[in-house]
Design a protein around this ligand. Structure first.
Ligand SMILES: O=C[C@H](O)[C@H](O)COP(=O)(O)O
Ligand SMILES: C=C(OP(=O)(O)O)C(=O)O
Length: 361
């Protein structure tokens, strides 16, 4: 559609800044093309069950949500998933491991917005292909028996992928958004809501409370049509402490303060700690310090910490993406936030499993 064009369906009063509106493949089409088999469905279900049981204290293991900051190369993501599947199996008595398979990136200003938005990493914004690639990857990872975690950013996206996701996240930049809180109230999996980028924890507590309630709001159905959605609320939402511009917030005092805020709001007292972002001051190596500190506290019985989140990929660090030059990228290295490498990740998982065993003992 040409900017400013008037037609029976629009008026000269709108679409003044729109260059094009074109059809997007419907969720039902993508879901039919990549439908879960029994193995994948079982992985999604047991992934969700494990998280919920740990959050509720019915399972004494620790949730670990671990994987790349963002997926830009599905082969590398599968390579990582194979390694994680073996490690998760080895540590399954102590850790409930869920792989970060993040396709939607909320940017501070501008930048590549993730595989669903720009699957070819060249600014062509082939969202139909991104949705298909993303869903297929979730299915392939689930077939390995590895549950997956996604951040939900655009409220249109969950209809395409949410049935394959075991752990959802609402990011620091959208924790205050009513649209995202309503979305959480509808999602079938547990969802972590982050504190703000400035470090405000109350916004995540408020988000958790709002998401637990029922809502009625406009959305889209599986055919992609506008729809009215009525939800019962999601009791499995919780706060993720991710640090902020003022510094980290994974310390015992902030955890205790957050638990008190949750109790005051009538919510279950549990948190997940994100070792990256503000808690690592964006230095991926500092994630190891966070894990070491939290593991030590878990081992001596600190209450309320249900899980950790780590940003990890095959290679350490990060690299800049030049749009259209994806073939020049280093294999298995992040193009968004810096990550710890696989070897370091495996050591951190061992450390956390050991802490759980000590706590149990
Ligand atoms: O986790 C990823 C990033 O921290 C988030 O998407 C913001 O990234 P940016 O500040 O590089 O835009
Ligand atoms: C964007 C992310 O984190 P945050 O919202 O905490 O910045 C993320 O986990 O990828």
């Amino acid at each position: 559609m040409t900017a400013g064009l008037s037609s029976p369906r629009t008026s000269s009063l709108d679409e003044q800044r729109t260059v094009r509106i074109s059809p997007l493949v419907a969720p039902s089409v993508v879901r039919t093309e990549h439908a879960p088999d029994d193995v994948a469905a079982a992985a999604v279900r047991s992934g969700r069950r494990g998280v919920v049981d740990i959050l509720n204290g019915a399972d004494d293991r620790l949730i670990v949500v671990v994987g790349p900051c963002s997926v830009h190369d599905t082969d590398a993501a599968m390579d990582y998933a194979h390694r994680l599947a073996a490690k998760a199996d080895e540590l399954r008595d102590d850790l409930h491991i869920v792989m970060r398979v993040y396709f939607e990136k909320p940017r501070t200003t501008l930048g590549w917005k993730g595989l669903l938005n720009d699957a070819h990493l060249d600014g062509s914004f082939d969202i139909d292909t991104g949705l298909r690639m993303g869903r297929k990857l979730l299915l392939d990872i689930s077939r390995l028996g590895v549950p997956t975690a996604c951040e939900f950013l655009d409220p249109t996206i969950p209809q395409y992928i949410a049935d394959l996701v075991s752990y959802g996240a609402i990011g620091a930049r959208t924790a205050a958004s009513q649209v995202h809180r309503q979305l959480c109230s509808a999602l079938s999996m547990p969802v972590g809501i982050k504190n703000s980028t400035e470090g405000d924890v109350q916004v995540a507590v408020d988000g958790t409370r709002a998401a637990a309630a029922s809502h009625v709001f406009p959305g889209t159905d599986l055919d992609g049509h506008a729809a009215l959605i009525e939800t019962v609320g999601n009791p499995d939402c919780h706060v993720i402490l991710r640090g902020g511009s003022g510094g980290p917030n994974y310390d015992a005092e902030t955890v205790a303060d957050t638990l008190a805020r949750l109790a005051k709001s009538g919510l279950p007292e549990r948190v997940v700690i994100d070792a990256s972002h503000g808690n690592s001051r964006k230095d991926h190596r500092k994630q190891v310090d966070v894990v070491t500190d939290v593991a030590g506290r878990l081992a001596v019985g600190e209450r309320g910490i249900a899980g950790l989140m780590l940003e990890s990929f095959l290679e350490e660090g990060r690299q800049d993406l030049t749009l259209g030059a994806a073939d020049e990228l280093t294999y298995g290295q992040s193009i968004t936030d810096a990550c710890i490498d696989w070897t370091t990740t495996a050591t951190q998982l061992d450390r956390l499993a050991e802490a759980v065993r000590t706590r149990r003992g």
